[in-house]
Design a binder for this molecule. Structure first.
Ligand SMILES: *Cc1c(COP(=O)(O)O)cnc(C)c1O
Length: 228
């Protein structure tokens, strides 16, 4: 029951951060990040009410979730790790959302394969806001171009934006990273159909309270949920 206990503690911290920020808990999704996590633990999280799951690799996700997806009928599965072009087809067929759309050639590939889907594929554009690996789009111009690519494909659903803050204890740096994402969302909403781009995927185990204060709508939490 460790996972359920971890989640209860996280829920309390989410509630407190929401109160501080004058936000409602219902505005936020808690995603369990299940890379390196076994199916048993995923089941514990599901039973404790988690419905969104994030995986960083296509192959690992397929191996784990293909066999147990029937056990998790309401689970929504997102890819959150960087995606190679040659795995795009498999990813498009397997995930409900690709959060790590980080370059035009990948978006083009996702668009191509998404035509075979019955439901549109949700896509989040990843913005680079200071994290070390440098994955993600840099700057608004690149983001706008990518948004046009997404909107030009009927089978891609422009669901929002994603970022990773730098891994640091300096909360100012983290906050500034999240503010960049919120600002980018405002600009996108001004420029493109505003019903889109609603999701702001930001906040991990070490920084989710700051993310809530800065407007996150989806927290990607791994170690805090699944720690022993
Ligand atoms: C691993 C990972 C997370 C979760 O990180 P924790 O620190 O374990 O909460 C969130 N987002 C991405 C993109 C990740 O790769």
């Amino acid at each position: 029951m460790l996972v359920a206990q971890n989640i209860a503690e996280i829920e309390e911290r989410i509630q407190n951060a929401c109160s501080r920020a004058g936000r409602k808990r219902s505005e936020l999704i808690l995603m369990g990040v299940t890379k390196f996590v076994t199916a048993d633990k995923i089941k514990e999280a599901y039973n404790a009410g988690v419905r969104y799951f994030g995986e960083s690799r296509v192959k690992e996700a397929a191996q784990k979730f293909e066999t147990c997806r029937d056990d998790f009928p309401e689970a929504r599965l997102h890819l959150i790790g960087s995606l190679q072009r040659n795995k795009a087809k498999q990813a498009v067929n397997f995930f409900d959302c690709i959060q790590s759309a980080d370059r035009d050639e990948l978006v083009t590939e996702l668009a191509k394969h998404s035509l075979e889907r019955s439901e549109p594929l949700e896509v989040l554009l990843e913005l680079h806001t200071g994290e070390e690996s440098k994955s993600g789009y840099s700057g608004l111009d690149a983001l706008f171009k990518a948004a046009e690519l997404v909107l030009s494909c009927g089978k891609l659903k422009p669901a929002g934006l994603m970022t990773m803050a730098p891994f640091t204890k300096d909360s100012k740096l983290i906050r500034s990273s999240f503010r960049q994402l919120l600002n980018a969302q405002k600009e996108l909403k001004k420029r493109f159909p505003p019903e889109n781009w609603a999701c702001l995927s930001m906040g991990m185990s070490n920084d989710f309270e700051i993310a809530i204060e800065e407007g996150s709508t989806l927290l990607r939490i791994g170690s805090a949920v699944f720690k022993d």
